[in-house]
Design a protein around this ligand. Structure first.
Ligand SMILES: Nc1ncnc2c1ncn2[C@@H]1O[C@H](COP(=O)(O)OP(=O)(O)OP(=O)(O)O)[C@@H](O)[C@H]1O
Ligand SMILES: [Mg+2]
Length: 243
C-alpha cells in the first residue's frame, strides 16, 4: 500500500520559497490505479517526484509497504513525459536500459512485453526511425522491464493524436490487468483520467491541494468509453476542475 500523509513540497528557502504541494494525503491499495489531474503548474510532477523518491517533501511522509520513501526504489518505475529514449540505442536496448545498465539480462517476458506493445518488428530500429506513439510505447516497455510493483507516469501520452492515444490506453489497461502493478498516473486529460483511474484526485491551482476525489468503480469495463458511467465521471471531473 502507498500512503501519502500530509505532504507539503517546497522549492527553495526563505523569501524565495515556492510552495508546489500543500498538505496532500491519500492512500492507494496494492494493485489499484489512481489518476491525478489538475491545472498546469499546480504541482503534480513535484508530487510524482516525491513518490519516486527523487525529491523529499518539506513536511509529511510517504510510505510504500510501510517503509518511508526517501530514495528511488527498485520496485518503483517512473515514466516521464518525453519517453527519455537514448538516440544511439536500439528499441530493444532502450526498452531494457535499466537492466542493461545494471549488468543484468532482460527477463524472459521482455520480448513478450514488446510484442504486446506492437514493437516486436522494430526491436533493432533506433528512436529517430519511430513514430511518436511508438516512442511512448518503448517508454512503457522500459518501465515494465524491471517488473515494478508500482508504476508512476507523468503525462505519458500527451500530444498524441486521439486514436493513437486511445490505442495505447487500451494496451496499457491490458498490461495493468496482466501485471498487477499499482498505478499512479498524472494527466491533463479528463478522458485519460476517467479511462485509467479507478479513483481520480483533482488538484487546485498551485500549491496543489486536493479539491475533489472522484471514484470510478466501473473503470476497466468492456467498451468503457461508450458507457454512461464513463461520461458521468468525465462531467464530474470537468465540474471539479472548473470550480
Ligand atoms: N526546481 C524547481 N525550483 C523552483 N520551482 C520549481 C521547480 N520545479 C518546479 N517548480 C515550480 O513548482 C510548481 C509546480 O511545478 P510542477 O512541475 O510540479 O507542476 P505540474 O502540475 O506538474 O505542471 P504541468 O502540468 O505544467 O506539468 C510550478 O510553479 C513550478 O514553476
Ligand atoms: Mg508536470
Amino acid at each position: 500500500m502507498i500512503d501519502v500523509h500530509a505532504v507539503t513540497i517546497d522549492y527553495g528557502q526563505g523569501e524565495q520559497t515556492v510552495r508546489a504541494v500543500e498538505n496532500v494525503s491519500f492512500h492507494l491499495d496494492k494493485g489499484k490505479s489512481l489518476a491525478l489531474i489538475g491545472p498546469s503548474g499546480c504541482g503534480k510532477t513535484s508530487l510524482l517526484f516525491a513518490l519516486s523518491g527523487l525529491l523529499y517533501p518539506r513536511s509529511g511522509r510517504i510510505t510504500m509497504g510501510g517503509e518511508e520513501v526517501n530514495t528511488p526504489r527498485r520496485d518503483v518505475a517512473l515514466i516521464l513525459q518525453n519517453a527519455g529514449l537514448l538516440p544511439w540505442k536500439t528499441v530493444w536496448q532502450n526498452a531494457n536500459l535499466s537492466l542493461l545498465l545494471n549488468g543484468e539480462f532482460p527477463q524472459q517476458n521482455a520480448a513478450e512485453v514488446l510484442a504486446h506493445l506492437g514493437l516486436d518488428s522494430v526491436m533493432k530500429r533506433f528512436p529517430a526511425e519511430l513514430s511518436e506513439g511508438m516512442k511512448r510505447r518503448v517508454g512503457i516497455a522500459r518501465a515494465l522491464s524491471t517488473s515494478p510493483s508500482v508504476l508512476l507516469m507523468d503525462e505519458p501520452l500527451a500530444s498524441l493524436d486521439t486514436l493513437t492515444r486511445e490505442k495505447i490506453q487500451d494496451l496499457f489497461l491490458n498490461l495493468w490487468h496482466e501485471h498487477g502493478f499499482s498505478l499512479i498516473l498524472v494527466t491533463h486529460n479528463i478522458e485519460e483520467a476517467a479511462f485509467l483511474g479507478q479513483r481520480i484526485i483533482v488538484f487546485t491551482d498551485r500549491p496543489a491541494r486536493i479539491s475533489a476525489i472522484v471514484d470510478n468503480p466501473q473503470m476497466g469495463a468492456l467498451d468503457y468509453r461508450e458507457r454512461s458511467p464513463f461520461q458521468a465521471v468525465m462531467s464530474q471531473l470537468r465540474e471539479a476542475l472548473e470550480a
